[in-house]
Design a protein around this ligand. Structure first.
Ligand SMILES: Nc1ncnc2c1ncn2[C@@H]1O[C@H](COP(=O)(O)OP(=O)(O)OP(=O)(O)O)[C@@H](O)[C@H]1O
Ligand SMILES: [Mg+2]
Length: 236
């Protein structure tokens, strides 16, 4: 399975955020998306997930035989950096609802309690309104939605940043387990996380996507080199 981005263009007013961004993401790898504040990472995710309409270019999902799979919203799981969840439901109620509307597409369905255990939300907290949840708790619930329905493409916009160390470790393990069946792309500003977790690093700079060279990935001063790459084009 592959996710093909072909010459994606997106501008806001006069500002070209994505300028013929092309890339092929493959199943079985975790991709770390790096870029400076305002580079367009969230915009790129919004374009892939069709939250935003493209100005030009295309996004396609191909199966193992390179046949095009219809890319509807059920194929994409998106963990927003600013979680969007119904404040007026409890965590438990929301998960019950989410599982209920997706029950036909969930494999190996577990109980809500088992799912909650996975993200370390206590039973007591699960009966509280989402309105009172911390940013990290909301992110965990969003992440859990991806774990429950397992869409083929999973986009994570700076998700692990808000997790405490115990949950972050748990999520890293889970993502590594999930990667064989999914196309996983996540954006982060934490270099160490990108290096620990990702099989490939992709840089978004000046509206285009570039893969970080394999040789560079194993280099000792990777962090400095990435910082140079991010600086070069922007501050030239
Ligand atoms: N809906 C919008 N309307 C107008 N401009 C927007 C909109 N969304 C994003 N932008 C602009 O597009 C650029 C890219 O923003 P985006 O949020 O994609 O960056 P980012 O790489 O996710 O940054 P960060 O690392 O801070 O999250 C910014 O200049 C931003 O101001
Ligand atoms: Mg962003």
């Amino acid at each position: 399975m592959k996710l093909l981005l072909n010459d994606i263009e997106k501008k806001f007013g006069d500002k070209k955020v994505l300028n013929k961004a092309s890339f092929t993401f493959e199943k079985g790898k975790i991709y770390g998306l790096l870029g400076r504040n305002g580079a367009g990472k969230t915009t790129l995710f919004n374009c892939i997930s069709e939250e935003l309409e493209l100005d030009n270019g295309s996004v396609s999902l191909l199966d193992e035989n390179d046949n095009i799979i219809n890319l509807d919203h059920s194929k994409i799981g998106y963990v927003f950096s600013e979680p969007i969840l119904p404040d007026f439901l409890t965590g438990y109620e929301f998960l019950k609802f989410y599982i209920d509307i997706n029950k036909d597409s969930i494999e190996n369905i577990k109980s809500i309690d088992e799912y909650l255990k996975l993200i370390k939300i206590t039973k007591e907290d699960s009966y509280k309104l989402i309105k009172g949840y911390s940013h990290g708790m909301k992110n965990k619930i969003q992440m859990l939605c991806c774990i429950i329905t397992r869409p083929p493409v999973i986009l994570l916009d700076e998700p692990l940043t808000s997790f405490d160390v115990v949950v972050a470790l748990e999520m890293k393990k889970l993502l590594k387990e999930m990667k064989n069946d999914h196309i996983l792309i996540f954006s982060t500003h934490i270099m160490q996380l990108a290096v620990d977790l990702c099989d490939e690093l992709v840089i978004l700079n000046n509206g285009t996507l570039d893969k970080v060279d394999k040789a560079l990935l194993s280099s000792e001063n990777l962090e400095e080199k990435i910082i140079e790459l991010l600086k070069e084009n922007n501050d030239a």
